[in-house]
Ligand binder design. Structure first.
Ligand code: ADP
Length: 289
């Protein structure tokens, strides 16, 4: 079995600044670091580190070949990442002040230029029972979801960054929907329906330090989080999503998949950084909480 992840790939530039710049202000950064980011890349790395054959479907720009190489080093199948010669890579410019507060500017770049042929070529390799995962940092999600459903794939969507119209466009094709607490409220406001009556087989609402809720066949089950002291909560949701789907793809029942993802998410919040520090299965198994 395999996970096909139609997802974004960003270069994350972290500028350490004494304070967040105001209008018209020019500010010197004290440090600049570059890392692999983007919700898509994070989820692919998490799913691969969790032991699933993970095929990333996406695009990098002329300045982003290193990002695809980094994903390959983490065990992601990168054959369906297109290298676009005339387009800059997706980027996030993140200003972090001394207190850890941040401001972020995103540039979609290659993530919104993924050729339709890249998506169809990847999906033509997929088999019934494989998973298609998507988030909201690429284009063509409804088209991909529709093809995947017809092929008998398990279609999963992480509703982030949240946009009501984007969720509503894929909703009829979904088997699995994952949202955090805020996104779940936004979706309920937009649709007028609570997440358990959307017609999606599995809905997971992640609740940060309070754990996660699984809505399935009219039942709601809460899973408590592992007790940890968080250092940096970035990427916790992406790690959880990659892990829960990887575990399901490897044949674990959903309860066990969620329990494993919960451990991975908890370990992730004890680490500074995103894709580069997502724990592998051995670390998650060995972690003591
Ligand atoms: P997002 O990053 O998308 O907002 P959450 O904050 O809900 O997602 O976190 C996703 C998952 O990561 C949670 O369901 C939980 O398992 C784990 N997690 C997040 N924050 C903590 C925390 N403070 N302590 C323990 N686990 C956490």
């Amino acid at each position: 079995m395999a996970i096909y992840n139609l997802g974004s790939i960003n270069a994350d530039f972290f500028y350490h600044v004494p304070h967040l710049p105001g209008p018209g202000e020019t500010l010197a950064a004290t440090k600049l670091t570059r890392g692999l980011g983007g919700k898509g890349a994070n989820m692919s790395v998490a799913a691969a580190r969790a032991g699933a054959h993970t095929v990333h479907v996406g695009a990098v720009g002329h300045d982003g070949h290193w990002a695809a190489d980094r994903m390959m080093e983490f065990g992601v199948d990168t054959r369906h990442i297109s290298k676009l010669p005339d387009t800059p890579n997706g980027q996030a410019h993140i200003y972090v002040d001394a207190g850890g507060e941040n401001s972020i500017v995103l540039f979609q770049g290659a993530n919104h230029q993924i050729p339709a042929e890249t998506i169809s070529a990847a999906l033509s390799e997929a088999s019934t029972g494989d998973t298609l995962l998507m988030q909201n940092e690429t284009k063509d999600q409804p088209e991909a979801a529709k093809i995947a459903r017809e092929l008998g794939l398990y279609v999963a969507y992480a509703a982030a960054p949240f946009e009501a119209e984007a969720v509503e466009a894929v909703l009829p094709h979904l088997d699995f929907l994952i949202l955090n607490e805020v996104e779940a409220e936004q979706l309920e406001e937009a649709t007028g329906k609570s997440p358990d009556v959307l017609g999606v087989t599995d809905v997971i609402i992640t609740l940060g330090a309070k754990g996660a809720r699984w809505l399935h066949e009219g039942q709601s089950r809460d899973f408590p989080a592992m007790p940890v002291t968080p250092v940096d909560t970035t990427g916790a949701g992406d790690t959880f999503t990659g892990y829960v789907l990887a575990a399901r793809d490897r044949g674990l029942p959903m309860e066990q998949a969620i329990a494993l993802a919960m451990r991975a998410g908890a370990l992730m919040v004890t680490r500074q950084g995103t894709a580069d520090v997502i724990p592998d299965l051995k670390e998650v198994d060995e972690a003591r909480f």
